[in-house]
Design a protein around this ligand. Structure first.
Ligand code: F6R
Length: 602
């Protein structure tokens, strides 16, 4: 959610900023901008929409002498996506970029306006630059002024500030939103995640909450509430992990197709012939744990929900799943015999991170399942299992969901093995099924084309219900979320057995039902639920190995004996279905409106 890049040095700054912002663009793409101070001269460019608009606007600008520079790509929180609201925000002689939300901005703004500051944007961010200049006009000391500014900010932020009052310095602060500093000889980089600086910096320092400071003359001075502190840089991989589309039309499409391959990575070294092992865990860590609580948001929440069936069925451990944003404010009762699991693709989701911090404060053991090493959630957790999906660029998550679900299934079998809750033959059956998952994720010849053809009938109507039972209910939720994110059509996921308790009132010829009808789990039950809908004239798209006479459309899957294999095969179909509807509607598949890849605000 929003992206920040900064650079001090002699290299051409526009290219470094635009290049870095492009790496972050999938996180927010309402507007973008950058500012440079070179020879005490301020330059500032902004454009609404994608980074290419900013690049087009700055074709004739070059900055190749020594200078300081900051850039930003925005996902609007306060104020519409306009040029005036785009970052960097200018005071009289300073610029600021910011990710997160300044919660007390209204109060600060009123105070600053009373002293004569004039605001041009509707953003909370602009407050930071005016507050800084207010202090600096009195103190004539940019560092002390920045420190005083940071002390007055409430909320989550990562911010960079440059000023003509000290034109060779970048000031930075981090609290609750990610920020890191990259180093290469005398060049210093800033970014809100490591992709913009990979290939440029050789070492990195990930800032902690409450840290602030400045970079000047090839050096960084770091402070927290206790004063100046030392820090250890770590090596940064030079391997540019930036995903390319590899001939696919969209990142999302590429990511759907690569699920089969990445799933083997997820299992590598963990799934053995007759056991599942995680080097990240041991029985000592799990000692005293007799129940699990999982917190996550969105797609990650859906994978958590699917796993709760598996933890109870296989590991015989009570498992409760909560949406992180709800959990935070419900004053939850937390007991130390609970293992607290967070699931996050990005590792930066503000609500999930805050839920994790609450659990830690209550003394719970924490485990995160995450796709991004060194992310805030990974660093905050006692233990972390990486999903190894590789960078996911499509805003609509696909392979991250698949690998999260896989890790959770593996975890449920790992617990079952440790606690001996199911016979060893059943563990073997689970493992045999796991080994077949990469096959279940392969897209057979003709399937994509079939889905493309049938989607032409699904562009109108008054909405979609995705229905399923058991683990196929969370999959229905996920199928509906995928569709609504990129098609902008209304879709709901529902437990099939629950339709008759209200939603069936919506059934008529304008209602589309996508029915997940696995053969290996409660087939007769879901069949009756779908028949009830069909009797009321709803359009039925049945996804099942078993031909279903009442279906208006039918996608046949394989007769797999294990429900998880059916789960993964149907997951791919729902992903391709959403993709093809979105393409037909002419939407931006990879960067759908109003969304961002990493939600670092509450
Ligand atoms: C949907 C999607 C979101 C995320 C949610 C949590 O396709 O990607 O619903 O799942 O914002 O994000 P993470 O997993 O990064 O914590």
């Amino acid at each position: 959610m929003c992206g920040i890049v900064g650079y001090i040095g002699k290299k051409e700054k526009k290219e470094i900023l635009l290049d870095g912002l492009s790496e972050l663009e999938y996180r927010g793409y309402d507007s973008a901008g950058f500012a440079v101070i070179e020879n005490k001269e301020l330059k500032n460019f902004k454009a609404v929409g994608k980074i290419e608009n900013l690049a087009n606007k700055t074709t004739h600008y070059l900055s190749d002498g020594f200078g300081v520079s900051i850039g930003h790509t925005r996902w609007a929180t306060h104020g519409k996506p306009t040029e005036l609201n785009a970052h960097p925000h200018l005071g009289q002689y300073s610029f600021v970029v910011h990710n997160g939300i300044i919660e007390n901005y209204q109060e600060l703004k009123t105070k600053l306006q009373a002293t004569g500051a004039s605001f041009v944007s509707q953003t909370d961010t602009e407050t930071i630059v005016h507050l800084f200049e207010y202090h600096n006009n009195k103190l004539a000391n940019p560092f002390e002024s920045f420190k005083a500014t940071v002390a007055e900010l409430d909320g989550a932020y990562a911010t960079l500030l440059i000023t003509k009052a000290d034109s060779e310095t970048i000031y930075f602060a981090k609290n609750g939103s990610p920020m890191l500093i990259g180093f290469d000889d005398n060049d210093i980089y800033f970014a809100s995640s490591d992709t913009p600086i990979i290939g440029k910096a050789t070492q990195v320092y990930y800032l902690e909450d409450g840290e602030y400071g400045y970079a000047k003359d090839g050096e960084v001075k770091l402070f927290d509430a206790k004063g100046e502190k030392s820090f250890h840089k770590q090596a940064l991989s030079m391997d540019k992990a930036s995903a390319q589309k590899d001939g696919f039309r969209f990142f999302m499409e590429k990511e759907i197709y690569e699920q089969s391959r990445v799933m083997s990575e997820t299992m590598m070294g963990r799934v053995n012939d007759d056991s599942v092992d995680f080097e990240e865990l041991n029985s000592y860590f799990l000692n005293g744990i007799d129940n699990i609580k999982i917190c996550a948001c969105g797609t990650s929440y859906h994978s958590a929900l699917a796993s709760s069936y598996l933890f109870e069925r296989l590991s015989k451990i009570p498992c409760v799943v909560e949406i992180a944003s709800e959990f935070r404010y419900k004053e939850p009762l937390l007991k130390k015999n609970t293992l607290f699991i967070t699931i996050s693709q990005s590792g930066e989701t503000a609500d999930t991170l805050e839920a994790l911090k609450m659990a830690k404060r209550a003394g719970l053991k924490s485990l995160s399942i995450c796709n991004v090493d060194n992310s805030s959630i990974v660093r905050e957790s006692d233990r972390a299992i990486l999903t190894r999906a590789g960078i996911e660029k499509g805003v609509a998550s696909t392979k991250a969901f698949a690998t999260q679900t896989m890790v959770l299934w593996m975890l449920s079998v790992y617990f079952a093995g440790i606690n001996k809750t199911i016979p060893s033959e059943q563990i073997k059956t689970e493992i045999d099924a796991m080994i077949h998952v990469p096959r279940a994720l392969l897209i057979p010849d003709g399937l994509h084309e079939q889905i493309h053809r049938l989607t032409k009938r699904y562009l109108h109507g008054h909405g979609f219900f995705f229905i399923g039972r058991d683990i196929f209910f969370p999959l229905a939720l996920e199928g509906a979320l995928k569709l609504k994110e990129i098609s902008y059509l209304h879709a709901e996921g529902y437990p099939a057995g629950e339709m008759k308790h209200g939603p069936i009132a919506l059934a008529d010829s304008g209602l589309f039902t996508v029915a997940l009808m696995p053969r290996s789990l409660h087939y007769d039950k879901i069949k009756s639920n779908v028949e009830e809908l069909s009797a009321r004239d709803a359009n039925i798209l049945a996804i099942s190995p078993e031909p279903f006479k009442l279906a208006d459309d039918f996608i046949q899957t394989s007769y797999d004996s294990h429900p998880m294999l059916e789960f993964f095969e149907m997951m791919v179909i729902t992903q391709l279905f959403a993709l093809e509807v979105s393409v037909r509607l002419g939407n931006d598949v990879d960067m759908p409106r109003n969304l961002a890849k990493s939600v670092t605000v509450e």
